[in-house]
Design a binder for this molecule. Structure first.
Ligand code: SER
Length: 602
């Protein structure tokens, strides 16, 4: 069964059970400065899990593209990704454990046809002041799962929140005990890796977690207690790629349909066969995974750079390039784009924005190809001369050639040299000093995005609407939003336009925004159908990403003369005067026909 069919079956199954399909979030959430990427389906639903009413009702379903880049080293095994698609269903205070576990079982065994004897489940064993989940245990037994296939684990394994265990949850964060489902591979000998009998939640690869039902029921208070949320929720997530592998009964998730094209292309380029050498396999997986994540990020307008999203993307592209070198053949920027083109078949947004994707992927890869050659030569020369490769040396390589530490370490490893933790720390401290670290720039960000939008980002959000409207007024109606991202420091806005703005155009745009701020226009949200919004002339970005019911923000008189009308989730200021003022700080041409503008408050 291919991934397309699994997606379709999942959505159909839950729609038949009364769920409404919602639109997944983009990978980069423009209004949320607290997280780099969307990492789970529940992220956009946090307010509704806390009790706010969702316009689509209490039973929701979607498939959420997600990025998890905490540990890129894991990608080299056969079951982890930096990007994956998560099947998700939610009960916002509607059904609970009994229905959810029943749905999971029915979907996996009946719809997908997974043999029940190959499935194992886990249940929360108690901890953090929350009792053992005997209710789920009894439900699984009633469903027909044998006791030997039900395992209890503590909060380390069987509790889910964006921040981790109950202890790790900051005030305000929500979470709960969960119940996971695993598929057992007979072909993996569970004793071979650890020399002992393993268990479903062991990381050896014998068992693959293919779904997680979180009973989202608790919230952390300011004084560190867990209290019950006003409603009992279900938050389910299952990795599409892993489910496809379970159906194939193949422990290597890189054997599924989505990767077969690119793996073949890498084989052709390098003359090496996948699965002929376990070390080389790792490079195959890293290339296939990182390029998939990269094209998806590029398709949303992320451009390789030295900070935040751009830096994360740059790392992925560089790592893929480097792994081609490890496979014994360098690769040109153009060739790597040609390889990544295979993903157009699977991701409509990548296909639609291919020109932008290709242009930026090729140019970043080409630039790094040259640096890689220089860096490799420097490093190998120093190694062969017996020079000490310390943290300072590694940092110099990073600064002069953009050589990430992990690549330096990898090359040293290949030469039998261990880069000590001490040297790693020396590198890090140099890194911090130069304020280049993506980590320092993203300090305070959570994996999932926990904080509420601050006053500053709210102002910048409304300023973005003013900028969009001003650009259209000054440059013409062809201007349309291509991307947007806000941090507490600035707004960034990408739009369609052939060339950079002239100084005069820039002055007019900035002047018009500040005039509208001075006029202290009212900002009014209005709920309506998407059709109605379009009829009323509201601007909308990626119409396919919205549901039928949308919120339109009107800047000006909602019943008379308005300046901007735009479909958006908010939040916004009530009056434009609150913004104070806006200054455009920079513009760039980021692709053919796409201009990027940065602006700050002030
Ligand atoms: N939020 C949970 C997860 O990401 C279930 O969807 O695993």
């Amino acid at each position: 069964m291919g991934t397309d069919e699994i997606r379709e079956k999942y959505l159909d199954f839950f729609k038949k059970k009364g769920h409404i399909e919602i639109t997944p979030s983009p990978l980069v959430i423009d209004s949320d400065p607290t997280t780099l990427f969307t990492s789970s389906g529940m992220q956009q639903l946090a307010p509704y899990l806390k009790g706010e009413k969702h316009s689509k009702g209490k039973k929701l379903v979607d498939i959420q593209p997600s990025i998890r880049m905490q540990d890129l080293d894991e990608v080299a095994d056969n079951r982890h990704f930096s990007f994956f698609e998560m099947l998700g269903n939610w009960s916002l205070g509607d059904y609970f454990k009994k229905d959810q576990l029943g749905f999971v079982w029915e979907f996996y065994t009946k719809e997908l046809g997974l043999p029940p004897e190959k499935l194992y489940v886990s249940v929360f064993g108690g901890g953090g002041g929350v009792p053992k989940d005997t209710e789920s245990f009894e439900i699984w037994k009633k469903i027909g799962v044998s006791e030997s296939h039900i395992h209890f684990y503590d909060a380390e394994k069987n509790w889910w929140s964006r921040a981790g265990t109950p202890d790790q949850m900051p005030p305000g964060e929500i979470g709960g005990p969960d119940s996971e489902i695993f598929y057992e591979f007979d072909s993996v000998d569970h004793r071979s890796e650890f020399g002992k009998f393993c268990h479903p939640n062991c990381d050896c690869g014998k068992f693959l977690e293919i779904g997680n039902s979180v009973f989202m029921q608790y919230q952390k208070t300011e004084n560190g207690e867990l209290i019950e949320l006003p409603q009992k929720n279900v938050d389910f997530g299952g990795g599409l790629e892993r489910i496809a592998a379970a159906i194939l009964d193949d422990p290597d998730v890189f054997h599924i349909d989505m990767f077969s094209g690119i793996i073949k292309k890498i084989e052709k380029e390098t003359g090496i066969e996948y699965n002929s050498d376990s070390i080389k396999d790792k490079s195959f997986r890293i290339i296939a995974d990182h390029l998939r994540t990269s094209v998806n990020l590029l398709s949303e307008g992320v451009i390789p750079g030295s900070k935040l999203h751009g830096y994360a993307l740059r790392r992925l592209i560089r790592r893929s390039m480097f792994h081609f070198h490890l496979l014994g053949s360098g690769i040109s920027g153009g060739a790597i784009s040609h390889m990544a083109e295979d993903y157009r078949r699977f991701y409509p947004n990548v296909d639609k924005n291919w020109e932008l994707v290709e242009e930026n992927l090729t140019s970043e890869a080409t630039r790094f190809e040259a640096a890689l050659k220089r860096g490799l030569a420097k490093l190998t020369k120093s190694v062969s001369e017996g020079k000490v490769i310390n943290g300072e040396f590694a940092f110099d390589l990073y600064q002069t050639e953009g050589f990430p530490l992990e690549l330096t370490m990898e090359i040293l490893k290949q030469n039998g040299i261990v880069f000590s933790t001490e040297e790693k720390n020396a590198f890090e401290s140099e890194f911090e000093k130069h304020k280049e670290s993506s980590r320092s720039a993203s300090a305070g960000m959570f994996k999932g995005g926990l904080a509420e939008a601050s006053v500053v980002t709210t102002k910048l959000h409304t300023a973005t609407h003013l900028l969009h409207a001003a650009l259209r007024q000054v440059l013409g109606e062809h201007v349309g939003q291509k991307g947007s991202h806000i941090t507490p420091e600035r707004l960034r806005f990408d739009f369609s336009h052939a060339q950079k703005l002239t100084d005069e155009e820039m002055d007019r745009v900035e002047g018009l925004i500040n005039l509208k701020i001075k006029e202290n226009l009212q900002v009014t949200p209005k709920a309506m159908s998407l059709d109605q919004a379009i009829k009323e002339g509201a601007m909308h970005f990626f119409a396919e990403k919205y549901g039928n019911e949308v919120k339109v923000y009107i800047i000006g008189d909602p019943n008379g003369i308005w300046f901007s009308k735009e479909v958006c989730g908010g939040p916004h200021v009530d009056h434009t005067g609150e913004i104070g003022g806006v200054k455009i700080t920079k513009q760039e041409k980021i692709g053919s026909g796409i201009i990027r503008i940065y602006a700050t408050l002030g």
